[in-house]
Design a protein around this ligand. Structure first.
Ligand code: URA
Length: 197
């Protein structure tokens, strides 16, 4: 079984020639990379993550810290990564580069690598943030609105717990209570591992 570091070398070699002339650096996962209690999977890196080449820093890092506090976990004890490892971006009407949702091509390029990454890290559970990793790891028909706060079976054969993406909560304040409740449900299951199924 490949370690995640070997896998990341393979990924770097695979992606290097794909977008010649474009600056699309990979932002890889980090944290406890062997059998952590959970692997947290976001959508894709944003601007700050690309600058720092680290997932969940910048604004998303603050969301992650809140998650960790509520779930009674330490960042070093979990593995943090994204479904898509480049920043999907476009030029907005003001001429500034802005984030966009990953497209089909990006998803089909990156999801097989995500599955290999999960096999290499072997976490006890997967926690997905938002629709992108949830759909990729379960079924396209699933939505976070219907699945949040529930344990599901994932394509990786590891139990998956779906959460809203913290960024969606910023725009829909009413979801913040739901999100907090879901994280507490997760924390309880992690305290009683037999509940995580
Ligand atoms: N930053 C990340 O690394 N992932 C997200 O999903 C959002 C921001």
């Amino acid at each position: 079984m490949a370690t995640v570091q070997t896998l990341y070398q393979e990924m770097a070699a695979f992606f290097k020639p794909l977008w010649p002339g474009e600056d699309k650096p990979l932002v890889l996962g980090e944290g406890r990379d062997s059998s952590p209690v959970l692997m947290l999977i976001g959508e894709a890196p944003g601007e700050t993550e690309v600058i720092k080449r680290r997932p969940f820093v910048g604004k998303a890092g603050k969301n992650l810290d809140e998650f960790l506090t509520l779930a009674r976990l330490n960042r070093e004890d979990i593995f943090v990564t994204n479904a898509v490892k480049i920043r999907p971006s476009e030029i907005g009407p003001t001429g500034r580069t802005r984030n966009r949702a990953p497209n089909k091509e990006e998803l089909s390029l990156f999801i097989p690598w995500l599955l290999k990454e999960i096999q290499a890290v072997r976490p006890g559970a997967l926690v997905t943030l938002g629709n992108v990793p949830l759909k990729a790891l379960t079924d396209k028909k699933n939505t976070v609105g219907a699945c949040h706060g529930q344990w599901m079976q994932s394509k990786a054969g590891i139990p998956l717990f779906a959460l809203y993406h913290p960024a969606s909560i910023i725009y829909r304040r009413t979801l913040s209570t739901v999100y907090d409740q879901d994280v507490l449900t997760l924390a309880e299951a992690l305290d009683r591992p037999e509940g995580a199924s």
